[in-house]
Design a protein around this ligand. Structure first.
Ligand SMILES: [Fe+2]
Ligand SMILES: [Fe+2]
Length: 253
């Protein structure tokens, strides 16, 4: 590009250069577009390919993301797909310090994996579903329940409605009716206190200077998470495709 080009000539030249260099075309899932408030029709793969005949629509690994091993473990997801996991590591450490049983430490470690790796809304339900085939039933139940119980105080364990929610959602915010309904069901469940314990240890920072390493939980994971031999995403479990969606989030089909 030379200095005498106009701004729009520069932009055109850049776009052309990029399309020559990219040998793949990314077409976002509808969910991503809707999250941008974009209801326009999905981009036409054929038209995009016509502009860049050397490119192929992305069907394999996304070169923009860290590569994942062929048989990914839960720890690989923490390393290569989940966003910063400090909140989960700190929650799990908080649970260790409080003397919680190992499976509850695992529940605290995993309670927000959907928020940091998948989908935010209803993250407790998604997160529970992601791990269901691999953990004790109580862990799944507790992860699902934390989504709901976070909105309701429990004096018996010193859990108040979070101040941060008042700030974030407004003082007049009320949980959706399905959350209310689930709360009524969950509050009398035999595992209520397990779900509640996640909310108690669901802290944003017990010590802002504390650095908790994932390696501290290798053994807890090893003993309490049934890592499938074929790797998460490839074990033919009912949620395998969900893990694959995180491995290749922009796969065309
Ligand atoms: Fe959460
Ligand atoms: Fe959390």
């Amino acid at each position: 590009m030379n200095d005498t080009m106009t701004l729009s000539q520069r932009a055109d030249a850049l776009e052309e250069k990029m399309s020559r260099e990219l040998d793949y075309i990314v077409i976002k899932s509808r969910l991503y577009s809707m999250a941008e408030g974009d209801m326009s029709p999905a981009p036409n793969a054929g038209a995009l390919m016509a502009k860049n005949p050397n490119a192929r629509v992305l069907m394999g690994d996304d070169p923009r993301l860290p590569p994942m091993p062929e048989k990914p473990t839960l720890i690989d997801f923490f390393k290569y797909r989940f966003g910063p996991a400090a909140h989960l590591l700190q929650s799990a450490k908080h649970a260790v310090n409080a003397g919680l049983p190992e499976k509850m430490v695992l529940a605290c470690l995993l309670h927000d994996i959907s928020t940091i790796g998948f989908i935010r809304g209803d993250h407790g339900y998604w997160g529970a579903q992601l791990v269901e085939p691999y953990v004790d039933e109580e862990v799944t139940w507790a992860i699902r329940a934390h989504q709901v119980l976070r909105f309701y105080p429990d004096e018996s364990v010193g859990y108040d409605y979070p101040q941060s929610y008042i700030k974030a959602f407004g003082a007049d915010y009320r949980p959706d009716p399905y959350i209310e309904d689930d709360y009524e069901r969950m509050r009398n469940h035999k595992w209520y206190m397990s779900g509640r314990m996640i909310t108690v240890h669901d802290i944003y920072s017990f010590d802002p200077n504390a650095v908790v390493e994932l390696e501290e939980f290798t053994d807890v994971i090893g003993r309490n998470f049934r890592q499938p031999e074929q790797g998460l995403g490839f074990d033919n479990s009912p949620v395998a495709h969900t893990w694959r969606a995180m491995i290749r989030p922009a796969k065309y089909l």
